[in-house]
Design a protein around this ligand. Structure first.
Ligand code: DP6
Length: 349
């Protein structure tokens, strides 16, 4: 027999960034972060997990290619989930799995991203969240999404925020064992559904410096990161929570843009410096800034993760249409810029 579960998890985009760890193994961050979860029909991971007594080892395929499961992070997630596994009974198939059996049974995991892997589009976030969620369903875990987020966190920090739709906060927590470092939902997907997200894929190539090694170097070498984590982000988190609750777009846009810019500033302050944005990214920022300044209030927020791709959040559909027009005019795809395509998405599930 084979027992299977399939789940789909969207990616999330941080509007107050996570950058820097206080514990590398448990993946505990040096500051809180806030993200918005995308609609799963646009950027998501779909994962099928299966178990059968005929499987002789744990195996995993990503986008059809077998990958190693030896990494410490995968193993931590699997260990944490197996430790919480419950009895499972499928009456139709006549299958009973006792909780202690999960330690011996092997798993096959097949995962697909519908967007470029490791191009700074938070593929690890959707991937690890989906892995943890689907395994938790297969093994009948009793934990709620917040408790599952603490397991997903150990796979990749940003993954913990993909367990919820809408606006999500990853609370850094105080405990050394990481038990209080988990995600909570600030507002659900219906709360602010005017927002439209447009992602300009400036380059779908794999990034040169992974987030993991980049943030490690920043923590060790940047003189600015401590100021960011201790002084700047705590205030921004409070202001961002207010902006989200009040659907206050001007504050939301100011906070998201300045936080993205500060994140890239600490990357530049890292030694050797890390450049995630390129000339096209900078030109997109100038274009949005110029437009926002020409209007009475800001129309669009931008944010860039560990790559050159621009994530833009328009205040409503009308603004999004106008943004798209401006982008197509200024950055025609297939011209001498390396802008590959545009992905348009709603904000949430
Ligand atoms: C810039 O979650 O990919 O996207 O925890 O080492 O796996 P690890 O890093 P990762 O870092 C994401 C960094 C970011 C900002 C964010 O998503 O908050």
């Amino acid at each position: 027999w084979v027992l299977m579960v399939t789940a789909r998890t969207p990616t999330n985009i941080a509007v107050i960034k996570y950058w820097g760890k206080r514990d590398e193994t448990l993946i505990l961050p040096i500051n809180d972060s806030i993200s918005v979860t995308l609609d799963p029909s646009h950027l998501c991971t779909t994962t099928t997990v299966s178990v059968s007594p005929s499987f002789d080892q744990d195996r995993m395929w990503l986008n059809g290619k077998e990958i190693s499961l030896q990494g410490g992070r995968f193993q931590s997630c699997l260990r944490e989930i197996r430790a919480r596994a419950q009895d499972v009974e499928d009456k139709k198939k006549g299958i009973t799995i006792k909780k202690e059996d999960w330690q011996k049974l092997n798993l096959h995991i097949a995962s697909y991203n519908n967007f470029p892997t490791a191009a700074g589009l938070a593929s690890s976030a959707a991937g690890l969240a989906c892995l943890v969620f689907s395994l938790a369903k297969l093994m009948n875990l009793k934990e709620d999404n917040s408790q599952l987020s603490a397991i997903a966190r150990q796979g990749s920090g940003s993954a913990c925020r993909s367990l919820y739709g809408g606006f999500v906060k990853w609370c850094m927590g105080k405990e050394e064992n990481g038990s209080d470092s988990l995600a909570v939902q600030l507002a659900d997907e219906k709360h602010w559904d005017d927002l439209v997200i447009i992602i300009a894929v400036v380059s779908a190539r794999q990034k040169e410096t992974s987030s993991t090694s980049g943030m490690r170097d920043t923590v060790v070498t940047s003189a600015l990161i401590e100021h960011r984590a201790k002084e700047v982000v705590p205030k921004r988190i409070v202001e961002m929570e207010d902006a989200i609750q009040n659907r206050d777009f001007p504050s939301f846009a100011r906070l998201a843009c300045t936080d993205s810019n500060q994140f890239h500033a600490v990357c530049l302050d890292t030694y050797p410096p890390i450049f995630y944005m390129n000339d096209t990214s900078h030109r997109i920022i100038s274009c949005v800034e110029k437009w926002n300044r020409a209007e009475e209030t800001p129309q669009v927020a931008y944010t860039f993760d560990a790559g050159p791709n621009a994530v833009m959040i328009a205040r409503n559909r009308k603004t999004a249409a106008s943004l798209l027009q401006r982008l197509l005019y200024n950055f025609p795809p297939q011209s001498d810029t390396d802008l590959d395509s545009y992905i348009i998405g709603d904000k949430s599930i």
